[in-house]
Every structure is written in C-alpha cells, then in structure tokens.
Design a protein around this ligand. Structure first.
Ligand SMILES: Cc1cc2nc3c(=O)[nH]c(=O)nc-3n(C[C@H](O)[C@H](O)[C@H](O)COP(=O)(O)OP(=O)(O)OC[C@H]3O[C@@H](n4cnc5c(N)ncnc54)[C@H](O)[C@@H]3O)c2cc1C
Length: 403
C-alpha cells in the first residue's frame, strides 16, 4: 500500500499530515525531511530563540504526535528525484518511496550573495536550527554586525543584535525598509524607531563585495560607491527562493514556485504542493501567488487534505503574517503590493496604530502596530469598500495619502 508521501516536514508538511488525519484519511502517510531534528517552529529563529542565551527548538508537535496519528516521520533523508510516471521518489541514500498521492512541502532557502560578491563565503544566513546555532555562536563574540537586507527577517535580527549592545548597520538596496511586505506608513514608523535606538541604516545601497581581512580578523563590506564598512560578522537576509528543482527536473510546471491550481494540484494529477515552495492560482487576481509565511501554508495544507479526501473545503482565508522588532509587534494581512491609497487609524505617536491599504477604493491590506485586537477586527473587513468601512468603523478617514 503506497498512500501519501509528503516531502518536507515543516509548517506546511506537518499541517498537511495532520489535516489528512483530521479529514479521516486512513491510508499510509509518510513525511520525509532532510533535517535531523523533530519539526520545529521557524519564526522564533529570528526572534526569541536568537535573543535568549539558551534555546531548544520549539517543536511544531510533540514527538508522540507522529506515532499516535500513524504518521511515519522519516528524518535526515533527502529526496533527489521524482518519477511521476511510476509514482515514486528516490532518496539520496538509494531508498525508494512510492505513492498514490504526493504533496511537495519543500519550502524555500535563503537567497545567497553571488560568489563574485561573497568572496570566500564569510556571510551567515538564517533558515534552519543549525544556521541559528552557528549565528548565535558568532554573535556572542562579536561587537559589530552588518546585516545585508532590510526586510522583515533582517530587521528582526538587527533589533536583537542592537539590544545585545552590538553596533549594527543594515544595508538595504531598495529605497525603503521592508518594501515587499509593509506599507509606506509602517516602514517610515519602523525606520524612525530603529534610528532612534541607534541602528545605522543605509538605504539605496548595494553591496559589491564581502570579504574577510584575516590579519585584522574583520569582515569588510564594500558598497557600490566604494565605501567600506568593517564588522565582526556579516548576516545576509535578502529573501528566500523556493525549492523547486526537484519539481522542475521531473517536468512539473514551475515559475517562482511550483505552479498549482486553487486546490493545490500541480500539472500532474497525483502531485500537490503547499507552503513556501508553491505558487497558488488566485482566480480574483488571475495569476499565481507565492506566499512565504506560516499561516498561508497551513491553510493550503487543509485545502489539499480536503481535495484528496473529498471532504468539505475550509473557508477561504487571507494570508496573515507577524513580525517582532524589539518592543514592536507588527501584524499583517492581505497584500500591500499595488495598493493605491493608505489611511492610518490612531496616531502612530501613540505607539499603537493601524494602516489600511486600499486598491481601487477597496480594503486589500491591514497592518497593525501593537494593536492585536484591532487587527482581528480589521482583518475580517478586508474586501469592504472605503465608504462602508468608514461607516462600520464610525470614523472619518484622514485625508487620503495617494501613492
Ligand atoms: C528566520 C525566519 C523568521 C520567520 N518569521 C516568520 C514570521 O514571523 N511569521 C511567519 O508567518 N513566517 C515567518 N517566516 C517564514 C516561515 O518560517 C515560512 O513561511 C515557513 O517555514 C514555510 O513553511 P514550509 O513548511 O512551507 O517550508 P519550510 O519551513 O522551508 O520547510 C521545508 C522543509 O522541507 C525540507 N526539504 C526541502 N527539500 C527537501 C528534499 N528534497 N528532501 C527532504 N526534505 C526537503 C527542508 O529542509 C525543510 O525542512 C520566517 C522564516 C525565517 C527563516
């Protein structure tokens, strides 16, 4: 009996296995991961787990969960080839896993600086538990750090390093921080807060090389204009690329993620994909969207489980994301790309406020700072038009700030 094979046992793969059992799937489930620790939460790696001296991975599920749900968790095994015709996957160690249905939950890996820029590979990246252990060891002995990339993860690491008393410089190629994920108002607020705390931030600066000066035991970061910054350690957080090679080599359709339908089905009728490795067709937008966050992958896992078992589809939910930067708690929902107007509720100076992002007069994104209750309420209002929203919230929006 072949059953269901899931490749990747992190947030999305484990959620898929759990959702299949909840949907009363009673066949075999094999969950294969190349990592050697029990599946763990990834977000704390740039938050609590990085700031605390001692840490153990926070497990996604207790060890007993897999046995009691008859989920066969295979650790430390890398799948290197898929045979879609024969319906089996081969591992690096020569093992063969056959399946009736395959779910790809392979996630993403950090985008690397090209070898022409990272001369001698001195830079650190943060994606896995092992990366964290290496980074913590280096940070504890460092006095200064350069962080390449002013996205969410880069800024979380920056805030923690600063709180530990290090001299921290963030280098961002784009014109502002967190451009892909947060609205202008939030980016400006965070920029101010971080600068006030003493963080050095260089916007619009490309890194042309990172190399080690062994004599002086420092890393040298050269910017496009020729300026050099010295640091004890360089951390690179410039986004993540989906693990899609396995799928592409097998002939599945891939384009910035494994392309799947609204139900998570790939171009092969027995293969589904969920989480960071997958790009889901969005009928409202008429194109595929790849999310890189915990909640959307878990939602997708439930959709795939119901597609496989023929059970009722879960209600559609919008992607949600969170970030902690020092004492600032950011929550986000919807899509800030393409918003043409922002309105701010409550004064940013109060330290707790919300930003509403509109596209063609409709609410498409909600982002809050230290306002979890307001987030919950506003999240459910996404899709409303501006006038109805103003009436429902009993507010008059401040004059629109058009992009
Ligand atoms: C430092 C950091 C902070 C983050 N903070 C947040 C946050 O605050 N909020 C949020 O929502 N999201 C956050 N994210 C993003 C979130 O962690 C990801 O969206 C989430 O982990 C995606 O889950 P996934 O299961 O799809 O993929 P992944 O977590 O990437 O897991 C995929 C797994 O598959 C394994 N795998 C891949 N290929 C193979 C193969 N061929 N054979 C065997 N195994 C394989 C990988 O090794 C990995 O273990 C953060 C990410 C990082 C790195």
């Amino acid at each position: 009996m072949s059953g269901i094979l899931i490749i990747g046992a992190s947030h999305s793969g484990v959620a898929a296995a759990a959702a299949l059992r909840t949907a009363k799937y009673d066949g075999c489930i094999k969950l294969v991961t190349q990592e050697n620790v029990l599946p763990y939460h990834r977000p704390p790696l740039s938050k609590e787990a990085l700031s605390r001296d001692e840490f153990t991975p926070t497990l996604l599920r207790p060890a007993s969960f897999y046995a009691s749900n008859e989920i066969d968790l295979v650790q430390g095994v890398k799948i290197v080839e898929l045979n879609l015709e024969e319906r089996h996957a081969s591992a690096e160690n020569g093992d063969l896993y056959s399946y009736d249905r395959l779910i790809l939950a392979q996630g993403a890996e950090p985008r690397r600086l090209p070898p022409s820029v990272d001369v001698g590979a001195v830079a650190h990246y943060l994606r896995t538990h092992e990366d964290l252990a290496a980074l913590k060891a280096r940070l504890s002995a460092a006095r200064s750090v350069v962080i390449v990339g002013g996205g969410l993860i880069g800024m979380e690491i920056a805030a923690i390093a600063l709180a530990k008393g290090l001299e921290v410089t963030v280098i961002e190629a784009g014109p502002r921080l967190m451009e892909r994920t947060v609205s202008k108002s939030i980016a400006n607020y965070l920029l101010d807060r971080h600068l006030n705390k003493g963080l050095r931030i260089r916007l619009g600066s490309a890194v042309s090389s990172v190399r080690r000066d062994e004599d002086r035991s420092v890393d040298l970061v050269t910017l496009g204009g020729g300026e050099q910054i010295e640091a004890d350690i360089v951390v690179v957080a410039i986004g993540a690329a989906p693990h899609e090679k396995l799928a592409r080599d097998a002939g599945l359709k891939v384009e910035n993620g494994i392309l799947v339908s609204e139900a998570g089905l790939s171009s092969d009728p027995a293969v589904y994909a969920v989480g960071d490795c997958s790009a889901w067709y969005d009928p409202d937008l008429g194109r595929h969207i790849r999310n890189e966050a915990v909640n959307p992958g878990q939602d997708q896992a439930k959709i795939v489980a119901s597609a496989i078992t023929g059970t009722e589809l879960p209600a559609k939910r919008l992607p949600r994301y969170w970030s902690h930067q020092a004492a600032i708690q950011l929550q986000m929902s919807g899509d800030v790309n393409g918003i043409d107007m922002e309105a701010v509720l409550n004064a940013p100076a109060s330290g707790a406020f919300s930003v509403l992002g509109f596209r063609s007069d409709r609410l498409v994104a909600v982002q809050t700072i230290n306002a979890p209750q307001q987030f919950g309420k506003l999240h459910d209002m996404i899709g409303m038009d501006r006038a109805s929203l103003a009436a429902a919230l009993d507010v008059e929006f401040p004059p629109p700030h058009h992009h």
